[in-house]
Design a protein around this ligand. Structure first.
Ligand code: ADP
Ligand code: MG
Length: 338
């Protein structure tokens, strides 16, 4: 075959493989877009574990009708201009890949209205093809509907896990984001059953009860620690409450959920000698560092980050956790690890 450039729709499907692995990754991207749009309320409606339908509505800034078709093109973003911006990212999105990816592997519609427009517009795309736009009455904000995810990518469809597994992944994701953003009202329904509803009052511990139950949420220890321009806050379990795996260890870095083995290790170091080997604490921690200290452009789904001075970050996390634990149950002979 001679060298040729792939049609955009094929390129999008390939890219989609990295960004959208499963229904929960679609939810993550759309939820982050709503947060970036300044939403005060985000409603998520799921049917058949996201395989049939994922619908996310927000009351954020909306997209002007004339930009709607751009929003679903690859590398189309309102969040950055030049490569320099990569080191000062203030938004959750910046790659301009999500909507294009999702639209290429589903029956997709994007309805939006900014406050400056009297009516909204809806853009429909079918498997990345045949984009059609028309005016429509709509409240200010955005509604994204993703139907029949992966209907045109049978290989991907086959790899999806059982309904319960996909459903749990969505619930875990939305619950954690709801805790991270307690000032946003979040509502999640699954096949018209209410799964999660938060008040938007800004109280993290209140939302925490949705993840851990009321009793445990009450007992979680609050951590706030500042050092070298970094801030670590959130909740850790008292030493008496542990699990047999690391699944309940969650870190947000600058507002995004990241999976980072080294951050978990720093947390575990903080607990050293206080819990048994092979047992793990529960943690819901928010690390904020100056944007130039962290590279978020490491992973297509932005699930991993790289720190400029990782030793410093890990030291801070470990000390914050240690101090947090000692503050609640002083143990005289324990030194504060550095
Ligand atoms: P990114 O978030 O990386 O910019 P996306 O493909 O997720 O890329 O979105 C493309 C653009 O569409 C965004 O930059 C933003 O301008 C617009 N957009 C997407 N979702 C929303 C939303 N819920 N509300 C307002 N604008 C949105
Ligand atoms: Mg985005």
């Amino acid at each position: 075959m001679a060298i040729h450039i792939l049609p955009d729709e094929v390129a999008s499907q390939i890219a989609a493989g990295e960004v959208v692995e499963r229904p929960a990754s679609v939810v993550k991207e759309l939820f982050e877009n709503a947060l970036d749009a300044g939403a005060g309320q985000i409603d998520i409606h799921i049917e058949q574990s996201g395989k049939r339908l994922i619908e996310i509505s927000d009351d954020g800034a909306g997209i002007p009708a004339e930009e709607l078709s751009l929003a679903v093109m690859r590398h189309a973003t309102s969040k950055m201009r030049s490569a320099d911006d990569l080191f000062a990212i203030q938004t959750l999105g910046f790659r301009g890949e999500a909507l294009a990816s999702v639209a290429s592997v589903s029956r997709f519609s994007l309805t939006s209205r900014p406050a400056s427009q009297a009516v909204g517009a809806v853009l429909k795309v079918d498997g990345g093809k045949g984009a059609k736009m028309e005016p429509v009455g709509a409240p200010v904000g955005t509604v994204v509907r993703v139907e029949d995810l992966f209907y045109n990518v049978p290989a991907r469809l086959k790899f999806l896990k059982q309904d319960a597994t996909e459903r749990n992944a969505i619930n875990a994701l939305v619950t954690r984001y709801a805790i991270a953003y307690p000032s946003t009202r979040v509502r999640l329904t699954h096949d018209s059953q209410l799964v999660l509803q938060t008040s938007g009052k800004g109280d993290r511990r209140e939302v925490l009860a949705n993840l851990y139950g009321v009793e445990l949420a009450k007992n979680m220890l609050e951590v706030t620690f500042q050092e070298d321009g970094m801030c670590l806050s959130g909740f850790i379990s008292p030493v008496a409450v542990t699990r047999s795996n690391r699944k309940e260890i969650t870190f947000f870095v600058n507002g995004r959920w990241v999976q980072d083995a080294a951050l978990s290790r720093a947390l575990l170091n903080g607990y050293q000698n206080l819990i048994m080997v092979g047992r793990y604490p529960l943690a819901m921690l928010f690390l904020d560092v100056p944007p130039e200290e962290v590279d978020v452009n490491v992973h297509p789904a932005k699930a991993e980050v790289r720190f400029r001075s990782s030793d410093k970050v890990f030291g801070t996390v470990q000390r914050a956790v240690r101090r947090g634990l000692l503050a609640y149950s002083p143990v005289p002979n324990l030194s504060i690890g550095g």
